[in-house]
Design a protein. Structure first.
Length: 235
């Protein structure tokens, strides 16, 4: 295996499947099966999920809602998604722990770095909910922060496209895909891999990012095996 401990970043929208909003149980089950495959190979797995399928703070702010309130609503949405994924993983016989940046002890453990690492060492999948616990920070930033804290080898960003392109491949059929690219090139080309805060934090800590198509069965296993799937961002 190319990596021992990974941080898998999933968008909230990824959980919708073909729906317009909410959570698609079939998509959740597919993700859980893929995660079990790499867990069985000895990979330690931590996960951060967005909340865009339920609520997005930025869109709430644009409609007149206070940005801070909107962001807190978004954080709670990530916990809902975390609970859903936890249930899907446990249906596959996987031991899990949901840790949140905001205390809600009836449903999840509070985030404590050493506790999170210990769960990973015991073979449990650790799901981080609640973002960073602070408004104005995205779940991309939360993913990078948690990956650094737990000593992850890489961030695997599962999306609906198969890597990073020089333009939007869903709008431009002539878009060119990068197999690998440096942090500097991403900055110079203005490519939107993650938000700038998250990307700068990743660059500063030399934490590689792999962007790949999570919706294609088997891709997650191929990525952790070191196959040339998606696009890797490194120094």
């Amino acid at each position: 295996m190319a990596y021992k401990r990974i941080l898998l970043k999933l968008s909230g929208e990824a959980l919708m499947g073909d729906r317009q909003y909410g959570i698609d149980p079939t998509r959740l089950a597919d993700y859980a099966k893929d995660i079990k495959t790499i867990l069985d190979k000895g990979i330690e797995v931590a996960i951060v999920i967005g909340g865009g399928n339920i609520f997005r703070g930025v869109s709430g702010a644009s409609n007149g809602m206070d940005r801070v309130q909107g962001d807190y609503m978004g954080m709670l949405a990530t916990v809902i998604n975390g609970l859903a994924l936890q249930s899907a993983l446990e249906d596959q016989g996987i031991f899990t722990r949901l840790l949140t940046a905001i205390k809600m002890e009836q449903v999840a453990e509070p985030f404590i770095k050493r506790r999170a690492v210990r769960h990973l060492e015991k073979g449990r999948v650790v799901i981080f909910g609640g973002g960073t616990g602070n408004p104005y920070f995205t779940t991309d930033t939360a993913a990078v922060l948690r990956a650094i804290e737990i000593g992850a080898d890489v961030i695997l960003k599962g999306t609906r496209v198969d890597g990073i392109y020089n333009s939007d491949p869903e709008k431009n059929s002539d878009a060119i895909k990068f197999d690998s690219i440096t942090y500097k090139e991403v900055m110079n080309k203005g490519l939107k891999v993650m938000d700038m805060t998250a990307f700068a934090l990743s660059q500063e800590n030399n934490l590689p990012i792999v962007v790949f198509d999570m919706n294609k069965k088997g891709n997650l296993e191929k990525v952790v095996s070191g196959e040339n799937i998606g696009t890797i961002v490194d120094k």
